[in-house]
Design a protein around this ligand. Structure first.
Ligand code: CA
Length: 227
């Protein structure tokens, strides 16, 4: 059974989440505040954490940091508002994904399943070297990209970016993470680099670069490869 820890101080929302998750055979624990959440995370060892950022006793971002001190459990963050600074802080602290309130239960459950699945099939087994979409194919071992049977030439920087995204299918990768990985820690503010290189990748790989289907922008947050 998949165990979920729901951290949320709104009792009505907690009730709705618990009912819906239990109906789908999840085991659910609920914590109304950060201190209880940290205690339950340690004692119950959940498979996934759903965390509201606005908690009565502590900052949700600090809860994420505390959890990340000892566990890689997937964390799905709930936002009450469109405060993108807070979203970025939560993702940089180590959250795996986020959903903005109000959300539909179906959407939340889909994100939850995706977060759990990612831990189960681990980041792409080493022998998996081929990433195939309807538009393009990436051979990670041979470092080759093809589109419609034609080889696509990628620069080392484009390749590095693409590799990070396609080896984390469905996962939001933050701007900061991409910049640090590809350009180094000193360049973590240069989001314009990312925009330029992502536009180039889309021109080379997407059937309709203006309406990307695979290389998705999450405005203000980062990028996601939709497999
Ligand atoms: Ca709240």
């Amino acid at each position: 059974m998949t165990r979920v820890l729901v951290v949320e101080d709104d009792p009505q929302l907690v009730r709705a989440l618990v009912i819906n998750m239990q109906a789908r055979q999840y085991g659910v624990d609920a914590a109304p505040d950060g201190a209880t959440a940290l205690r339950l995370a340690a004692s119950r060892q959940p498979d996934v954490v759903v965390l509201d950022l606005g908690l009565p006793d502590m900052d949700g971002v600090d809860v994420i940091r505390s959890l990340r001190g000892w566990t890689r459990v997937p964390i799905l963050v709930l936002f009450a508002r469109r405060a993108s600074d807070e979203k970025v802080a939560a993702m940089d602290a180590g959250a795996d994904d986020y959903i903005t309130k109000p959300f539909s239960m179906d959407e939340l459950l889909a994100r939850l399943r995706a977060a759990v699945r990612r831990t189960e099939d681990v980041p792409l087994a080493p022998e998996t070297t081929l990433v195939e979409t309807d538009a393009f194919t990436i051979d990670l071992l041979a470092k080759k990209a093809t589109r419609g049977g034609r080889d696509i030439r990628l620069t080392p920087t484009e390749w590095h970016l693409l590799e990070i995204l396609v080896t984390n299918p469905g996962r939001l990768i933050t701007q900061k993470h991409l910049l640090q990985e590809v350009w180094g820690a000193s360049q973590s503010g240069k989001t314009n680099y990312l925009r330029v290189y992502m536009a180039q990748l889309r021109r080379k790989l997407e059937a309709d670069p203006a309406h990307p289907r695979y290389l998705i922008t999450e405005p203000g947050m980062g990028y996601r490869f939709e497999a």
